[in-house]
Structure formats: structure tokens, C-alpha cells
Design a protein around this ligand. Sequence first.
Ligand code: G3P
Length: 214
Amino acid sequence: MKFFIDTANIDEIKEAHSMGMVDGVTTNPTLIAREGRNFEEIITDICEIVDGPISAEVIGLKTEEMVTEARVLAAIHKNIVIKIPMTVDGLKAARILTDEGIKTNVTLVFSPLQALMAAKAGATYVSPFVGRLDDLSQDGLLLVEQIVEIYNNYAYDTEIIVASVRNPLHILESAMMGADIATIPFDVLGKLAAHPMTDKGLKAFLKDWEKRKK
Ligand code: G3P
């Protein structure tokens, strides 16, 4: 399973990258706005740290606006992936950009049929939002399971990025289902590595080591 980091924070990206855990980065307008810096500058900085797919989201709602923005963003670096909202205009933009050889990530996906349409539009990636479905008492992971099955049924190349990840179980269950990628907030990445028995065992080892005959 590929791990992307879901942040626009350069310090977090550097730290996760030094752990060897970053195969790519996803950003969104909220994450970019949180940094209080120029969009293109942030994306350029990220591209210098991580050699993998970097998702940058368009703001326009009309196909033509999305395509125009996408071409500018895609010119920043070869690794840029254009994140496009799952709307009819977004699907049209995904088809145009795919045909131009620009990679796309269709985002804000909340149903398996939206994911099917994204694949048919030629999207490189699709981003189902598990946490936001869970927030509505709907089963976010069921959505991932359904998309995996549909894509397998028809051998679509579109890769599934499990997004809106809130906890380690989202990643465990998605990995068991065979989702291609999880895009993980920095704090959740730390939780994956941690186990109280690891800490307890290490403490005991060090205590015994101190007691050894020197
Ligand atoms: O970047 C898309 C997604 O991962 C956002 O997650 O936590 O805002 O629902 P969240």
C-alpha cells in the first residue's frame, strides 16, 4: 500500500519523508489556506522534497476554468496531479486533461457510482472520503470496499486514494481490502507506529541493561 501524506505543511512533509513513509502528497484548498502562503510556492516546495505524485486542487467550478488552472499547475512540475471535484464539469475536465496526458485525482467522492464515473472519465486517482461519511453515521469503509470491487470487476487502472482518514483502523481495513493508497494526516501516521507494548518492552530492556554486571 502506498502512503501519501495529507497536508500542505512543509515541516510535517519533511518529517514524514525522513521516516521513509511518503510515496506522495495530497493537498486541498483548506490545507493550503491553513499555511497562509502562496499556493504555487507551497506546491513547488513540496515537489522539491517528495519525488512522487503531488495533488494540487483547482478552484474553478466550470470545466474551462478547471482546465485552464490545471494546465498552469501541471507546468510547475512533472509530478503534479490535478485534483478535481466530482461534478459533471469535473468529469468533463478530467477527460480533457487525461487526453492531454495530465494526471488527475477526482476528489470529494462519496458514492461508488461517482467512483465508477471518475474511472470512466480516465481519472488517474479517485479519492473516497471515508471520515466524512463516518461523520454522517454512514460506513466510509464500505464505500472503499465497493470501489475496490467495481474497479476489479472491470480492470480499471484508476487508483483508489483512501482520503479523509481519521484513524489507524481506516488504514488497516483499507489495506485489507486492497485499496492502492491511503492519504494520511501527519498525526495519524504517528499513531500507526505507536504501540504501548513496544514502549513497555523497550523500557524493560533498558532497565535490565542498566542492572547487568559491568
Ligand atoms: O484531502 C482530502 C481529505 O483527506 C480531507 O480530509 O479530514 O478534511 O475530511 P478531512
